[in-house]
Each structure stands twice: as structure tokens, then as C-alpha cells.
Ligand binder design. Sequence first.
Ligand SMILES: [Zn+2]
Length: 254
Amino acid sequence: MNKIDLHIHSKASDGIKNHREIYDLFKEKGYSAISIADHNEISESLKLGEWANNKNEDNGLISLPGIEVLFPDKWHLSEILVYFRNPQNLEEFYKKNIEKKKSKLISYINSRLQEIVNTAKEHKGIICLPHPYSVKGILRKHKKEEIIHEINGIEIVNGCIRKTENKEASELYSNMTENERKKYFFLGSSDYHALDSFNYAHTEIFSEKPLSYDSLLDNLERKDTSIQFIPKGGSMPLKKLFLHHLTASINKFG
Ligand SMILES: [Zn+2]
């Protein structure tokens, strides 16, 4: 059994740790793969990849290039996770579609959902809906049919949202047929920013072959479906959730 967490925030957005600290923390906790996916920022995600490569450890952490795109969507902001097979694709996607469109005040970009999905695909991005039913979730604002055929995965459990929002996501999963489920990967993620929030959710994966960078990516792209992704955990307690968001926003704006 391997544990992975593909939704982690660093100092580059509103997290408290840098790539090295994140690498060490998740390595120590027994994870096999991670991704720093900051809000419209990529510097620490790129550094994490370089750091993991240069370490070249036998049991090193697989580190995927990723970003969480934050954009205005209907009556609120929405988020979408995008992973890339190589850092060059992430960098190109960022330079062309994120960097120039960033708002000065808050780090959202002025793009629409469909435009983001299209440009992510142009750069071979692997698209995942994070916390689909939270306030920043896509399925809170869009009909499932509008987006479901465009994506590769869905985050079913997120440690940083309310219980009821996770419940709606797990109902989405339960209502899918076996055939529908094969089309997607399913994640449990901590959405780690601060405190001990890395403890509350993760993805367990079962794989017959040893897990590698390429096998993980092939499974996320659904070119291979030999890995089973099992979202685990749940929301952190409300009081802690409040403190967690407070710590993250102080870090960002303070
Ligand atoms: Zn996040």
C-alpha cells in the first residue's frame, strides 16, 4: 500500500512551508508521491521536482508538477487542479495562461472555466476537480454534464472543507456506475497549508507493479487503470478548520 497526497500548498501561495520542508514532512510520514499545487503559482512545485530529482534517493518521493488554478466563476471563485507529466509543460502553461492574467490584488486569474480547461489540455495537463461541492468547487456552480467529460479525476475527500461538502462528493462517487468510475481517478487530499492539516486526508493506492513516476502519470491520464485510488480520511474538526484558514490567510496577506 502506498499513500499519496496530490494537493499541497507551499509558501509560494498561502502555505507555511517550502518545498524542502514539505518533502521531508511527507517522506517522514511514509508517503510515496506528492504534488505542490499552489494557487496560480508554480515556483515551489518546480523546485520540489528538482529537489526530488537531485536527491535521487532509493525510496525518494515521487513529486508531480502541479497547480491549483483559482478564477472568478459565477458568484464566487472556483478552483481546478492541473498536473503535468513534465515541469516544462507546467511552466509553459503558467507563462502563457496564468502569469499574464493574474489580478494584482488577489491571485485569481481572469479566465473562464472552459478557457482554462482548453489551455490546460493544450499543454497536456491532467485535470482534477478539487473539493467539487465546496464554495470554491466547480460542481457547486456548474452542472455535472458541463464538465465531467473534460476531466481526468475528482477529489472526493478534502481535509480542509466542511463534512457536508465531502459528503456530497462521496455521494457523487457512490452514484456512479462501475463503468463511469473507470474513466476517472479519485483523490483524497489534505489540501495542506498549515498546522497539522496533512493528517486528515490522503489517497491510498494499490498497484500490482511498483509505483513509479510514469505509472502514476499513466494512471492519472487514464491510459492505464491498473492502480486503484482510494480516498481516505475526512474533514478536520471545525475549530481547527477555522484556525487553519486563519493561519493560511495571515500567511498570505500578513
Ligand atoms: Zn487547495
